[in-house]
Design a protein around this ligand. Structure first.
Ligand SMILES: [Zn+2]
Length: 437
């Protein structure tokens, strides 16, 4: 009796140990991924944010928890001739940058390669965000417009709603002209008439412009808050209340017209603000500092993309001290990204306390050092080069993968030299900090 009692206790004990071992080692979605593996596909409930590197500008694909897709920008700049040595095209130059983007989107699309884009948005009208058009840009099959950047993507993938800062008049702060704008307007007109595309102007303050299109009720903790556009900034109060920052005699620059927004998913918060600026010469009027104007309504975030690629006029101390990002993501394509002082501010624990990690879509490349020495001098270049090579991620597509409910997230860097989407490194899990905003 005694023996069998002890025996059954032992069995019970072993059983408990087994259960505990299983609980600790049991693979959960998203945790098993390691360097060398191909990134697992998006699954329902996750928020995936792909900062895609084509080497020629900005492009970010968001896959929302219900599978709604949102493409922010489709950069395809043409500038890499001496004296500029910009980052090379990725994976290579055999296709146009916009064609590579379309292929990437199709490959990771939640509904497969025939899935469409629920939304595409252009932060502002510059080639590194929408695609530079030249005489050499090929014509779309219809002959109605040329292919570069966003039009190249739309040629392959149906865009349901196209959002930009100035539809339909394109007259703020003054009529927008030139080959790229004319082409974009011809593209919109053709898509609206023939492909049922909707076009909308991004309105600062709204929180119902970009919504979950497939299962909104299931994810009440997901929120897309418009913050700024055309120099107007949300006040943080009712949806349509905005502050107009610029006097008529000094209208905002194209960069300062950029659209900006915050995404919340449970505790997780993300900010993106195109090419807004916030670090100005000391004699510049204060309204041109857009970063300080919107920092308070954004509040602390977990992840942000650096405004204006981390160029020297971005990421002022006040803005960083309010947002306090755990993760900095920089879309880099020129030697001036980031500026040395911007990098110093990002790293400075005097500006805000705690750990932070930096991810660059492009690090060092051939010719970059030469340009950096011209810009910053030899000593500063050596300091920069060492930092660039030692940040958490210095080359590749940067994917932020937020767990269902938004409590935790990881940052996954993917190899950009092929289309395999193989993992170079996994960072986290990080606890989302949970802010009141
Ligand atoms: Zn830009």
């Amino acid at each position: 009796m005694k023996m069998s009692g002890m025996f059954s206790k032992m069995i019970r004990y072993s059983f408990i140990v087994l259960i505990l071992t299983w609980m600790v080692t049991k693979p959960t979605v998203g945790t098993a991924q390691q360097a060398g593996e191909v990134i697992a596909p998006w699954t329902e409930g996750y928020l995936d944010i792909h900062h895609i590197n084509n080497g020629k500008g900005d492009a970010t694909l968001f896959i929302f928890p219900d599978g709604t897709t949102f493409l922010l920008d489709a950069g395809a700049t043409i500038r890499d001739r001496p004296p500029f040595y910009d980052s090379p095209q990725r994976p290579d130059a055999s296709l146009r940058p916009g064609q590579w983007l379309a292929r990437y989107i199709k490959a990771v699309h939640p509904f497969g390669e025939n899935g469409d884009l629920d939304y595409a948005a252009i932060t502002h009208f510059h080639g590194d965000h929408m695609g530079t058009v030249t005489d050499d840009s090929p014509s779309a099959e219809s002959g109605a417009y040329q292919l570069a950047g966003i039009t190249d993507v739309a040629d392959q993938i149906q865009i349901r709603t196209m959002i930009d800062r100035n539809w339909p008049d394109y007259d703020y702060p003054s009529p927008l002209q030139g080959e790229m704008m004319d082409n974009y307007r011809a593209f919109l007109q053709w898509q609206i008439q023939n492909r049922n595309m909707k076009a909308e102007q991004f309105i600062a303050g709204r929180n119902d412009q970009v919504i979950l299109r497939h299962n909104r009720e299931k994810y009440p903790k997901f929120k897309f808050q418009n913050i700024a556009a055309n120099g107007d900034v949300w006040t943080g109060e009712s949806a349509t209340s905005v502050r107009h920052r610029f006097p008529e005699e000094d209208p905002p620059s194209e960069n300062n017209c950029s659209i900006a927004f915050r995404i919340n998913y449970g505790n997780f918060a993300y900010f993106s603000g195109g090419d807004l600026v916030g670090t100005l010469p000391s004699n510049a009027p204060i309204w041109r500092d857009m970063e300080s104007a919107l920092a308070w309504v954004v509040g602390p975030v977990d992840v942000h993309t650096l405004n204006h690629h981390g160029f020297h006029d971005s990421a002022n101390s006040f803005f960083l001290s309010v947002l306090q990002p755990r993760i900095h993501i920089l879309s880099v394509y020129a030697a001036s990204h980031p500026g040395p002082d911007v990098l110093r501010r990002m790293l400075a624990e005097q500006i805000y306390p705690g750990s932070r990690d930096i991810f660059l879509t492009n690090g060092m490349w051939e010719g970059r050092r030469t340009n950096m020495i011209d810009l910053f001098g030899e000593e500063e270049t050596t300091w920069m080069e060492e930092r660039i090579n030692n940040v958490a991620g210095s080359q590749g597509h940067v994917v932020v993968r937020v767990e269902p409910g938004g409590k935790r997230y990881r940052v996954i860097v993917l190899d950009d030299t092929s289309e395999d989407r193989r993992i170079l490194s996994v960072h986290g899990p990080f606890e989302a900090r949970g802010t009141k905003n």
